[in-house]
Design a protein around this ligand. Structure first.
Ligand SMILES: NC(=O)c1ccc[n+]([C@@H]2O[C@H](COP(=O)([O-])OP(=O)(O)OC[C@H]3O[C@@H](n4cnc5c(N)ncnc54)[C@H](O)[C@@H]3O)[C@@H](O)[C@H]2O)c1
Length: 380
């Protein structure tokens, strides 16, 4: 019997538009899912470019106004892969129209926006998810299982960073296509919402809630030409953000993100230290988990590097044969697969909008603490 088809309307054809489109094409092929996916429409303001994207990825139609996309009866899932300032309005309208809503991170530019988005999807009772894709790296999922099995014992430390170097040049403008991340009115914040939001979401998932934070941020380049006006305009994003925090489980943590770490392009790392074991994961080597188990026989005890490619590793039986690794794009494919599987079971796949709000509460507290130079309680 043919599976019920769910039609996607994608907003935005940039970096994330591509990762999501690839995931919609791959997930039903590699996973046994209760639904099939129809690539129904892609929406972006420039119709020629939207059409070229639609032709390339196999979307049936285009829209140049997201409101029209939401009005369409033939769209089941609205997928928001456009800049942060668009998430709030599109998600709320989509939920009110009864669509399922998938939204890129950060959920809102701040927790206030995110809270309204949570209220909208929960009132409409529509399935919802935030694309915090690092929760779907097989090595990170294995770590989650090891933590949940109690193999680390009591957790003492969590240590994480996300380093890039692409904004060091004073001549780099802000605003407009490709550079909206430097414009605080569009992005909400700088590296706190863009990069640290990922570290925060993974940490909340692995290690539980964060109770309080103390942070410092810096804007190294204070003014840049704005692409939309041609004027030199103050830069209002944080270029670097560091914070310390306490988790509800009593562990202490440090978080750091910057776009000024020369030589680093997307160095997301995390380390967790427990009473019985420690683990390290690194995005540049994403198919490995470094693992130290103190309960091993003393003579043989040491750090081991687990190659996460075996069929008993998370998601891996759906891919190739043991020894052959997968990469970044698969995290999005896993997310689509999990979303559809959960939907088929009448459940809600995480991270939901409510989980996205939890990350926004932390980023709000980080930015507030950096401003006040005081410890800040995390709301929520
Ligand atoms: N999950 C992740 O790892 C990850 C990685 C990168 C970006 N993101 C998030 O994804 C979102 C998009 O980022 P990106 O890197 O793909 O950006 P991008 O600049 O590559 O693409 C943005 C797209 O949105 C379109 N767009 C802008 N305003 C629009 C509007 N009003 N209506 C319709 N389309 C509009 C643009 O034309 C473009 O196609 C952001 O929220 C970002 O934070 C998440």
């Amino acid at each position: 019997m043919a599976k019920k088809k769910l039609n996607v309307g994608l907003v935005g054809y940039g970096f994330m538009g591509r990762t999501h489109s690839n995931a919609y094409r791959q997930a039903p092929v590699f996973f046994d899912l209760p639904y099939s996916i129809g690539l129904k429409a892609v929406c972006a303001r420039n119709p020629e470019r939207a059409q070229a994207f639609a032709d390339n990825w196999g979307y049936e139609s285009i829209e140049s106004d997201w409101r029209k996309l939401i009005d369409r009866k033939d769209i089941d899932i609205v997928d928001i892969a456009s800049p942060n300032d668009t998430h709030h309005e599109i998600a709320i309208a989509a939920a009110k129209a009864g669509k399922m809503v998938l939204c890129e991170k950060p959920l809102g530019r701040n927790a206030k926006e995110a809270k309204a988005m949570v209220d909208a999807v929960e009132a409409a009772k529509v399935a919802n998810m935030v694309w915090y894709n690092y929760r779907r790296v097989p090595a990170v999922v294995l770590l989650k299982h090891l933590i949940d099995e109690g193999r680390l014992g009591k957790i003492f430390h969590y240590r994480t960073k996300f380093l890039q170097d692409w904004t060091i040049s004073q001549d780099l403008p802000q605003g407009g296509e490709g550079l909206w991340r430097l414009d605080a009115s569009v992005a909400g914040s700088g590296v706190t919402g863009d990069l640290l939001a990922h570290n925060i979401d993974t940490a909340l998932w692995l290690n539980g809630g964060i109770s309080e934070v103390v942070a410092m941020t810096e804007t190294f380049i204070k003014a840049r030409k704005h692409n939309l006006t041609g004027e030199m305009t103050p830069v209002n994003i944080d270029d670097a953000s560091l914070f310390l925090c306490r988790f509800a489980n009593g562990s202490l943590a440090s978080f750091e993100a910057t776009r000024y770490a020369r030589g680093h392009k997307a160095l997301y790392t995390l380390e967790i230290n427990g009473e019985k074991a420690s683990a390290i994961w690194d995005l540049h080597d994403l198919h490995r988990l470094q693992w130290f188990d103190h309960t091993d026989e003393g003579r043989l005890r040491g750090w081991r590097s687990i190659h996460i490619t075996d069929s008993d590793h998370p998601y891996m039986k759906n891919w190739w044969v043991p020894g052959l690794q997968i990469g970044y794009e698969h995290t999005f494919t896993h997310q689509v697969a999990d979303f559809l599987k959960a939907l088929g079971e009448g459940k809600q796949a995480a991270p939901t909008f409510r989980d996205g709000l939890a990350a926004d509460y932390v980023t709000d507290a980080v930015l507030e603490s950096a401003k006040s130079r005081q410890w800040q309680k995390v709301l929520g």
